[in-house]
Design a protein around this ligand. Structure first.
Ligand SMILES: Cc1cc2nc3c(=O)[nH]c(=O)nc-3n(C[C@H](O)[C@H](O)[C@H](O)COP(=O)(O)OP(=O)(O)OC[C@H]3O[C@@H](n4cnc5c(N)ncnc54)[C@H](O)[C@@H]3O)c2cc1C
Ligand SMILES: *[C@@H]1O[C@H](CO)[C@@H](O)[C@H](O)[C@H]1NC(C)=O
Ligand SMILES: *[C@@H]1O[C@H](CO)[C@@H](O)[C@H](O)[C@H]1NC(C)=O
Ligand SMILES: *[C@@H]1O[C@H](CO)[C@@H](O)[C@H](O)[C@H]1NC(C)=O
Length: 490
């Protein structure tokens, strides 16, 4: 009884800010899904409430309906129901978008949750794997390994979904050697806006295949990918050094040395990152011998002013665990969340003036910030990176030449992140941009920045590829079924 009153009460609140037209549209959408037997979560059920909790609790949305398809036919029918009722359709895989784009990025979407598309099937002879988009990275890595010790290049956080990661980038601890996750996609099965199922590959629907690899969310719902796999390397050097720059000058010196090394001397076998926060670390993995590692790293460490840390040798799965924020195996329901604001920069080159501005801002504003902030520099590109080895217009991912993948992150552990704190990270990027006249820095949609306008998002996320993407959007999704505030064509 109490349950029903609660349910009616929350329904009342919801209906009270929806117009009569919206209400009838929702009723028609629900009818359509029901008629097609598409499984949905009932508004107010425990699963529904849990499913609306995104990774970033700061950014929540209320969908028009929530589908949990079990078959490709269900996905097709869900897309048809959305299109027919003019409700925008959004695929959700791991729900880790920083702007909660997997919940639409705004209210009123039909969510198509891909949780039932999570299988991993390896062809050990061909070294390929068919992987459902709803799988989470930790489970996928474990499943690949259990089938002939196979692996793919992917991100570090085990809860991230295959769908969002692979369609927009996918950078991790073997990317300089093996490329981004999206560089290893051989083909994708996609439900289009008109609910047709097609395969996209270099030989089938090649222009769609191009768009999917960097801007996928705006072009369809991918049910599964076929990836190229490799045999996991089993003896990897994992390192983690501590670094405490004493001044802005010391930080600038370290960043200058690191940038120069990454651009010119960092080999594909070396993957690493500088994690600047209250407690700064410099860590990574080397796929090679200890002697070669020492020869490469010792001069760099000394230039950066780094002297203490640990170096160990790890198997593949332990290497992944060393950089994950918990065990690889994921629990259902997924329930890890943070409350934060984040931004990114993908610089090809930070000028001395930009490095000075960045370092001065750190000294003046970041060091005194008692929230849990960080600035991560992933050593992404340069002459020795498989990512930069691909031209910027070969796929929709436009950041091939970025030396660093920089992520600015500010969070709190209790309560809600307040919008009055946005200025801290916005100011940091502004300081770097002001010191870099004439540079249009790339930004990474997988680190979606909710403070960008749609025009800013289009320009920074896709740089020179955006115009081509808008043309392809008109071909593959002319009625804009797959929309979101920052997606192509919004
Ligand atoms: C803790 C954490 C760690 C991270 N670490 C890394 C990292 O190491 N490397 C890295 O590159 N990134 C990393 N990311 C960023 C991550 O890649 C993105 O947030 C990614 O978009 C998440 O994908 P998802 O499927 O979990 O998210 P969702 O929110 O479900 O989806 C993200 C976007 O992709 C779309 N999408 C999802 N599935 C499909 C599909 N099947 N078909 C079409 N569109 C789809 C959604 O509509 C949405 O627009 C990290 C994020 C977090 C929160
Ligand atoms: C870059 O591409 C060339 C040609 O395909 C290849 O020989 C080389 O190994 C690649 N380098 C990296 C770092 O992937
Ligand atoms: C990337 O770098 C290469 C080599 O430095 C350069 O030729 C190319 O123009 C750059 N591409 C972009 C898109 O900046
Ligand atoms: C669906 O859309 C695609 C891309 O626009 C088009 O090629 C195809 O003919 C359409 N199919 C149907 C059945 O309309």
């Amino acid at each position: 009884m109490a349950y029903h009153i609660l349910l009616l009460a929350s329904l009342g609140i919801w209906l009270s800010n929806a117009s009569p037209a919206t209400i009838s549209k929702r009723a028609a959408l629900d009818d359509c899904l029901k008629t097609a037997s598409v499984p949905t979560l009932a508004s107010g059920s425990a699963d529904y409430t849990q499913s609306l909790k995104p990774f970033n609790l700061r950014v929540t949305f209320k969908p028009a309906a929530y589908a949990v398809p079990a078959t490709v036919k269900h996905v097709q029918d869900a897309v048809a129901c959305g299109a027919k009722n003019s409700v925008q359709v959004t695929a959700k895989s791991g729900g880790h978008s920083y702007g909660s784009h997997g919940l639409g990025g705004e209210d009123g979407h039909l969510i198509v949750d891909m949780r039932n598309f999570a299988s991993v099937t390896v062809d050990q002879t061909a070294q390929t794997a068919v992987i459902g988009t709803g799988g989470r990275l930790g489970d996928v890595a474990t499943a690949l390994y259990s089938q002939g010790k196979q692996a793919i290049s992917h991100g570090t956080c085990p809860g991230v979904g295959v769908g969002g990661l692979s369609l927009h980038g996918g950078y991790g601890l073997i990317s300089r050697l093996k490329g981004l996750t999206l560089d290893n996609i051989l083909s994708a099965d996609v439900v289009l806006a008109n609910s047709t199922l097609v395969t996209a590959s270099p030989t089938q629907n090649a222009d769609l295949f191009w768009a999917l690899r960097g801007a996928g969310a705006a072009f369809g719902i991918v049910t599964n990918f076929k990836f190229r796999t490799f045999t996991a390397p089993e003896s990897n050097i994992v390192f983690n050094y501590y670094f405490s720059p004493s001044s802005a000058t010391a930080l600038a010196t370290a960043l200058t040395a690191l940038q120069d090394f990454t651009r010119n001397s960092q080999p594909p076998e070396l993957n690493m990152r500088l994690f600047l926060s209250g407690f700064t670390t410099f860590s990574g993995v080397y796929y090679g011998t200890r002697a070669d590692y020492d020869k490469l790293m010792n001069p760099l460490l000394s230039k950066m002013g780094i002297s203490s840390g640990s170096v160990s040798t790890n198997t593949w799965l332990n290497t992944l665990t060393s950089f994950s924020n918990g065990p690889l195996k994921q629990v259902t329901p997924y329930d890890t969340h943070e409350n934060f604001f984040a931004k990114s920069l993908m610089p090809e080159y930070l000028s001395p003036a930009a490095i000075t501005a960045l370092s001065n801002y750190w000294s003046a504003n970041a060091r005194s910030n008692s929230r849990s902030w960080y600035l991560l520099f992933d050593c992404h590109g340069g002459k020795g990176s498989a990512i930069s080895n691909v031209s910027a217009d070969a796929t929709a991912y436009a950041h091939r030449n970025a030396t660093f993948k920089m992520q600015f992150y500010d969070r709190i552990y209790n309560g809600n992140y307040d919008s009055s704190w946005f200025g801290f990270l916005n100011g940091w990027i502004k300081a770097i941009s002001d010191a870099s006249p004439g540079v249009n820095f790339g930004m990474y949609i997988n680190y979606a920045d909710t403070s960008l306008t749609k025009d800013e998002a289009h320009s920074h996320y896709w740089l020179g590829n955006y115009e081509k993407l808008t043309k392809l959007k008109a071909v593959w999704d002319p009625t804009k079924v797959f929309e979101g505030p920052q997606l192509v064509g919004s």
